[in-house]
Write a protein that binds this ligand. Structure first.
Ligand code: AMP
Length: 417
């Protein structure tokens, strides 16, 4: 973790309701110069953990709000380094979950952008207000640096109408902005671009299925670098079985529970977002724990894992049909990069579709882009570690006009929709 003073870098901020994650990244060579997290904002036992060339420094004690949290982070940069005044911070890049139909790429923050993100909050009540809290204090505390917003939905803004549209009354949908927005777009776009680099072909020629499997999970179908379908919808609840979210479900389950189980709409919201998925099925949202239970002979864990994998396989099949020809299937994020059992089971039996996973190549956790398909496989199956912070940093640098192409050593910058 060393950097030269003249190397441009971007402070990437991901502000949640009770946390702020940050990284100081060099968009040119991808170096992570410093990183950290403020957790349990608003509680008495808040913690800040800051990692830089000097090691990891931890602070504990009450942090009342996002402003106090970010002030502590800036104090840590000043005390243990790197000194933000001495490095060339060209932008602060903020992650925002919901950009609606308005934002198809990253934008420079101004008061109008802030107002629009606020107006989109009903579509992402858990996320946009928290993202905005971070933007507001960061603009106050770092007023001399341009701030850029990168939206999770941007990569999916121009989905074809047949993939973006719910089959409901079109007047109601238009009036209430009900459509499929997708999420995790920064990761899907980054991975689709990396796939092209890894297989050494132009992204324009490739049909790719990206499986972003973390605690939240989503699939996208990408044709020639553009998303043509994705599994998340109006909100990140739709699609795959996730750590705590149900994914696809008959909407009538909601009516049934409200009418017959004495549950309010908020109760069902909490059930489907926080108490379902692997957590609801097995008691554990972390796949490492689910595997441990399966190994102990736990029947619920076995069924839960089977439901998780079955949903994945259905989406691979559906997106194979959408794309017609699949050049690459790419696994990414915490589960996709680390869980060889899920990878193998999700693609088992797809040999007639031209997908053959090689057991030896698939074995173990992957820290780097790795081919896991057999040489006989028509579709190349890859594990490609995602790096959302680097993608945000590169997009932010492009917006402020400091493109990576200023440096001869630079890899191609990740484009934006
Ligand atoms: P993410 O949201 O991308 O950080 O992914 C977090 C999830 O990745 C955890 O909840 C686990 O289910 C999964 N995970 C992380 N490490 C491993 C591992 N070594 N083996 C299996 N799953 C893992």
């Amino acid at each position: 973790m060393t950097t030269s003073a003249h190397q441009p870098c971007v402070l990437v901020v991901n502000s949640g309701s009770s946390s702020i994650k940050y990284q100081l990244v060099s968009p040119v060579d991808g170096e992570r110069i410093a990183s950290g997290i403020v957790e349990r904002i608003g509680e008495d036992a808040s913690t800040v953990s800051h990692t830089s060339a000097a090691g990891t420094t931890t602070r504990e004690g009450a942090i009342a709000d996002h402003e106090a949290g970010l002030r502590t982070v800036l104090d840590l940069f000043a005390e243990v380094g790197p000194d933000l005044a001495a490095v060339d911070v060209v932008a602060v890049g903020h992650r925002v979950v919901q950009g609606g139909a308005e934002f198809g790429g990253p934008v420079l923050v101004d008061d109008d952008v802030v107002a629009t993100i606020e107006a989109l909050s009903p579509l992402a009540p858990l996320h946009n207000p928290a993202n905005l809290a971070g933007i507001t204090v960061a603009r106050e505390l770092l007023p001399d640096v341009p701030h850029v917003v990168v939206f999770d939905t941007a990569f999916f803004r121009d989905l074809p109408a047949e993939a973006a549209t719910y089959a409901i009354d079109r007047g109601v949908a238009a009036e209430h902005q009900v459509r499929r927005y997708g999420a995790h777009g920064t990761s899907h776009q980054y991975v689709a671009q990396r796939v092209a680099e890894v297989v050494g072909r132009p992204v324009e020629e490739l049909n790719t299925i990206v499986l972003h499997l973390g605690n939240g999970a989503s699939v996208s179908a990408v044709r020639g670098g553009a998303a043509v379908d994705t599994s998340m919808g109006l909100t990140p609840l739709e699609g795959l079985v996730m750590g705590t979210r149900s994914g696809d479900i008959d909407p009538a389950v909601v009516f049934h529970l409200v009418r017959n189980a004495g549950m309010s709409v908020d109760d069902v919201d909490d059930l489907l977002n926080r108490r379902s998925g692997l957590k609801g099925l097995t008691g554990q949202n972390d796949l490492r724990e689910v595997h441990r239970l399966v190994d102990e002979g736990d029947e619920d864990a076995r069924t839960g894992l089977a439901v998780y994998v079955h949903r994945l396989k259905k989406y691979v099949g559906a997106y194979t049909a959408v794309l017609g020809r699949v050049d690459v299937i790419a696994f990414t994020a915490g589960v996709g990069e680390n869980d060889d059992v899920v990878r193998a089971q999700a693609l088992a039996g797809l040999e007639p579709l031209g997908v053959v996973v090689d057991a030896a190549r698939n074995a173990g956790r992957k820290k780097e882009a790795t081919v896991i398909s057999a040489d006989s496989s028509r579709t190349t199956v890859l594990v490609v570690p995602t790096n959302e912070e680097l993608a945000i940093a590169r997009q932010a640098m492009e917006v402020v006009g400091r493109g990576a192409d200023e440096d001869d050593e630079a890899p191609a910058a990740v484009g934006h929709a």
